[in-house]
Ligand binder design. Structure first.
Ligand code: SF4
Ligand code: SF4
Length: 136
């Protein structure tokens, strides 16, 4: 039976140059659409994919990715901001690979645009008052 899932792949800088997606097509007969791709400031790669294929091939493809050190999470993970904790310090703005934060030029308030978020979790580690939260 064919399945289709949206997933977030996080891979270390050492894997950025490797033809990972090509292997998924060639060796596991999977189809994919890249929804978003970026290289984070620490050179970690982020790829949001819709992956389609036969269930067995999908499982093998995911096992292959994990075996080479790629972290995988479903796109359904949700990141929110606890507004009462945010101090508008701006630390998250440069770290976000999808520009999900915007600084109001007049008030210097930092807005969180949740529609742009791919739940990479970078801001969660960076935010000093721990205002960014991950929900499963
Ligand atoms: S988790 Fe944070 S850094 Fe990552 S995309 Fe979402 S808002 Fe940006
Ligand atoms: S790093 Fe945290 S406290 Fe600072 S602007 Fe971003 S969400 Fe707000």
């Amino acid at each position: 039976m064919a399945i289709s899932k949206k997933i977030v792949l996080k891979f270390p800088g050492s894997l950025v140059e490797r033809p990972i997606v090509y292997r998924l097509i060639k060796d596991y007969d999977l189809e994919f659409s890249i929804l978003k791709a970026s290289i984070a400031p620490n050179e970690e790669g982020l790829l949001v994919l819709e992956l389609k294929g036969e269930r067995q091939n999908y499982k093998k493809g995911i096992e292959y990715l994990k075996s080479i050190g790629v972290e995988i999470q479903p796109l359904s993970q949700d990141v929110t901001r606890n507004e009462s904790r945010c101090t508008d310090c701006g630390a998250c703005v440069i770290s976000c690979p999808t520009d999900a934060f915007e600084v109001d030029p007049k008030t210097r308030e930092v807005k969180f645009i949740s529609e742009k978020c791919i739940a990479c979790e970078l801001c969660i580690k960076i935010c000093p008052p721990r205002a960014m939260e991950l929900h499963f």
